[in-house]
Design a protein around this ligand. Structure first.
Ligand code: MN
Length: 203
């Protein structure tokens, strides 16, 4: 198989009480696994089998909807697990902190913008912090499993933080209260990890 499910970098109950164990198990073990399986089916026997997921995502306009949806799902979730942590550094530091202050005024303002992007995304999708082609930070959101890394994205950039706002990410614990989830998740967003992605994107 070309693609495989990455292991969670922590136990499934490690993000409690903010994200519950059952949600993590279903989200990672069932939803993400299904994106991987369907992506493998969709690329089977094609040249895409030997490409990295990033290379596929960057040129997604060349591929059918099954690759866009499931490849996006695989790429987005692979990023998502790594920017969460049970012992998260819950505020940015270093170069990322400076860029956030310069671009948004303060970390608090960035948090508000991310929460707003997530809360106002109609239906299913993601809220993002990206580094655009000019090296600047931007907050954006995408529908479904689209990514700002896709060539078809309205606002393009390298995602350094993604917040999943599909109901499957929060419904068991938060039901219809997406804004509550968008508040709680900030307790487990690992800004050290986001900072490392920022440094990489700026290279
Ligand atoms: Mn998800």
């Amino acid at each position: 198989m070309a693609f495989s499910l990455p292991a969670l970098p922590y136990a499934s109950d490690a993000l409690e009480p903010h994200i519950d164990k059952e949600t993590m198990e279903i989200h990672h073990g069932k939803h993400h696994q299904t994106y991987v399986d369907k992506l493998n089916d969709a690329v089977s026997g094609t040249d895409a089998e030997s490409l990295s997921i990033e290379d596929i995502i960057k040129n997604i306009s060349k591929y059918p909807a099954a690759v866009r949806n499931n490849g996006g799902g695989h790429y987005n979730h692979s990023l998502f697990w790594t920017i969460l942590s049970p012992d998260a550094e819950t505020t940015p530091s270093g170069a990322l902190a400076s860029a956030i202050d310069e671009t948004f005024g303060s970390f608090g303002e960035l948090k508000k913008k991310l929460q707003e992007a997530g809360a106002t995304r109609f239906g299913s999708g993601w809220a993002w912090l990206v580094v655009d082609s000019a090296g600047k930070l931007q907050v954006t959101s995408t529908p479904n499993q689209d990514s700002p890394l896709m060539d078809i994205a309205e606002i393009k950039g390298t995602p350094i933080l993604g917040i999943d706002v599909w109901e499957h990410a929060y419904y068991l614990k938060y039901q219809n209260k997406r804004p509550s989830y968008l508040e709680e998740i900030f307790n487990v967003i690992c800004w050290k990890s986001v900072g490392e992605r920022y440094a990489e994107a700026k290279k």
